[in-house]
Design a protein around this ligand. Structure first.
Ligand code: DGL
Length: 362
């Protein structure tokens, strides 16, 4: 009799499971879960306003608030659950170390929340490449972080801000962008923070990754990636800004025909910890500047040879004997990005051997 009872029980259980399975199949498919994307607004032209609809120069940057930016693009609601925070409201020529630390800490705090899937940062285009690269080195998450701006103010005919913002939010909510490092999305293109740079003072196609190339496109409401960076970023970096309230002072000395040592000497007198030399060509050192840089090194200032050219490798022991001078070379980082990596490197070490390793790693 016991055998019979257990057989009945098993059969009843089977029937229940079958009914549940059948019910699940007939239930309406759950709507696709929209990602949660937070927009951190910092100002810039994307938040700018001009006197007329044809004012594309001579407008005021950083006047429109984050909620107005979101409200101006109702299509955002179709691709993500969007919320906004006004972190700053500045023209990005005024972005600085203090703002970077505040922004990076907020990004890391938000990305640590399981209910945040990605972040978009609206930003002035003048220093977007610097903020993006700084974040590329200090964000501690694989979740997408997309920096976006505009070349025309929000009041202009064919303002590029709304579509750039839409594409940025779409990318920040995409699985394809996970683990790609910090991205700059503008003009339907996806560029990596390490290589992207502003190449034109006024046109909407200004952001490019010359020679090394963009990562992909945002087309047809989708982010399409064709490449990924080979250099370490985000969760794979050794930098931690969580306990930092300031960054070491690092300045850039620009070089040109007839340059003298004045700028270098002034920076050293001001107490910099690091100095990036934006040399001509392959980081060449003019004879009037070399002694000043050498003296800076002797005082403990870490010197990085970069180039004003903007593309190509600044080769170690090429235009100068870096081994003898105890200098570091920037590899392919332009001067403004070399400054960022040198600042972060100096939070970890003063060893030029270690710092050179970092320039070949990030
Ligand atoms: N003042 C510049 C800035 O905030 C305007 C350029 C722009 O945002 O496109 O970067």
């Amino acid at each position: 009799m016991t055998y019979l009872k257990s057989a009945r029980t098993l059969f009843a259980l089977f029937l229940c499971l079958f009914a549940l399975a059948a019910q699940a199949q007939t239930a309406a498919p759950a709507p696709a879960k929209l990602p949660n994307v937070v927009i951190l607004a910092t100002g810039g032209t994307i938040a700018g306003t001009g006197a007329t609809s044809t004012t594309t120069v001579g407008y005021t940057a950083a006047t429109v608030g984050v909620q107005a930016l979101i409200n101006a693009v109702p299509e955002l609601q179709k691709v993500a659950h969007v919320s906004g925070e006004q972190v700053f409201q500045i023209a990005s020529e005024n972005m600085g170390n203090e703002q970077w630390l505040t922004l990076a800490k907020r990004v890391n705090a938000l990305l640590a929340q399981p209910n945040v899937d990605g972040i978009v940062i609206t930003h002035g285009t003048d220093t977007i490449e610097e903020t993006a690269y700084f974040l590329n080195l200090v964000v501690k998450s694989k979740k997408p972080v997309v920096v976006v701006g505009a070349m025309r103010p929000s009041t202009a005919i064919s303002a590029d801000g709304p579509i750039n913002l839409y594409n940025a939010v779409l990318t920040a909510g995409s699985q394809e962008a996970v683990g790609k490092g910090v991205l700059v999305v503008m003009n339907d293109q996806i560029n990596a923070a390490r290589e992207v740079t502003k190449t034109n003072t006024v046109t909407t196609d200004t952001f490019k990754s010359p020679e090394l190339g963009m990562l992909g496109y945002v087309v047809g409401n989708q982010a399409h990636f064709y490449r990924a960076s080979t250099r370490k970023h985000t969760v794979d970096t050794e930098f931690d800004i969580s306990k930092l309230d300031a960054l070491p002072a690092v300045e850039i000395a620009y070089t040109y025909a007839n340059v003298g040592p004045t700028a270098v000497n002034a920076f050293v007198a001001a107490g910099v910890k690091g100095l990036v030399h934006a040399g001509v060509g392959d980081g060449s050192l003019p004879t009037k500047v070399r002694p000043a840089l050498s003296a800076a090194r002797a005082k403990g200032v870490v010197v990085v040879r970069s180039s004003r050219v903007g593309q190509g490798i600044v080769a170690r022991n090429g235009e100068a004997n870096d081994d003898e001078l105890d200098f570091v070379v920037s590899d392919t980082l332009n001067p403004q990005k070399a400054r960022i990596l040198l600042m972060l490197a100096l939070t970890k070490t003063g060893s030029t051997k270690e710092i050179q390793r970092m320039f070949y790693t990030y």
